[in-house]
Design a protein around this ligand. Structure first.
Ligand code: SAM
Length: 274
């Protein structure tokens, strides 16, 4: 019985293919490719002559029999147009069905826009949440962002360059104008560039200049100490309550809730003002 190899391919720079990926693609009896025409450019470049069959979003279920028939006697390599199969690309169903059918599945490490954008963003890498492509419709996008708002993990999302400005506008609105964001454009390609700043800064930048090429968005997680109110606003709200006779502890608790500050920080501000 053969093995199903999951083989990442470059997301732009052909040098990012690994030696192991080249060997597996050469030695497999069959390559299942998302778009055979696109993938032939890659295999031709590396002088790989393995037969290819298409495996894409619209035929992925009907292709299982053909791929499993090949797997009975030989190895099959699964590739997508670019990057890691299964990551916002076809692959998951085949992998799950192959495991279910008792076949060996071997994933290769390699190029992926998610991790490349994340490590270049300068935002926290200890814990992150990949959310795939963000919804296209404004109402659904707003809802999705609201559901992500309080998460502490860094968020990584794929987005179309045409929707980037509108998406950044909603990020500033729903997650806050000060939320740190990084737009990673054209990773590993000639015009690779990282745009880092607050949601407001990047919104303003891209409102005037839609980027060309592919983009991945990295958004900082919620910071519990993030002030959605300024110190002046907090002080004013606190003073109002104290003037009305409220105890500092209770006033700090209530103001903290509205301000998005920790109770302790508001309390400290109250003490300093005493
Ligand atoms: N499976 C791929 C991977 O492992 O990265 C992702 C495939 S998904 C269909 C394509 C999306 O990935 C693009 O729309 C873009 O958001 C992101 N992407 C792919 N290549 C990129 C690159 N070179 N620079 C920035 N983003 C990229």
């Amino acid at each position: 019985m053969g093995t199903l190899f999951i083989v990442p391919t470059p997301i732009g720079n052909l040098e990012d293919i690994t030696l192991r990926a080249l060997r597996i693609l050469r030695e497999a009896a069959l390559i299942a490719a998302e778009d055979t025409r696109r993938s032939r450019v890659l295999t031709r470049h590396f002088d790989i002559n393995t037969p290819m069959t298409s495996y894409h979003e619209h035929n992925k279920l009907s292709k299982l029999d053909e791929i499993f028939a090949a797997l009975e006697t030989a190895d099959v390599a699964l590739i997508s147009d670019a990057g890691t199969p299964g990551i916002s690309d076809p692959g998951f169903e085949l992998i799950a069905a192959a495991l279910e059918g008792g076949y060996d599945v071997v994933p290769l490490p390699g190029a992926c826009a998610v991790t490349t954008a994340l490590i270049g963003s300068g935002l926290a890498t200890d814990s992150f949440r990949y959310v795939g492509f963000l919804p296209r419709k404004t109402a659904a996008l707003r809802e999705r962002l609201a559901s992500l708002k309080d998460g502490r993990e860094t968020i990584v999302a794929y987005e179309s360059p045409y929707r980037l400005a509108d998406t950044l506008t909603l990020i500033a609105e729903v997650l806050g104008a000060a939320r740190r964001v990084c737009v990673a454009r054209e990773l590993s390609k000639k015009f690779e560039r990282f745009y880092r700043g607050s949601a407001r800064e990047l919104r303003d930048h891209f409102a005037a200049d839609n980027p060309r090429g592919e983009v991945t968005l990295v958004i900082a997680g919620a910071d519990p100490d993030d002030a959605s109110w300024t110190a002046e606003q907090v002080r004013a709200a606190l003073n109002e309550r104290l003037a009305a006779g409220e105890a500092l502890s209770r006033a700090a608790r209530d103001v903290a809730k509205s301000a998005g500050w920790s109770k302790n920080k508001v309390y400290q501000l109250g003490i300093r003002d005493d």
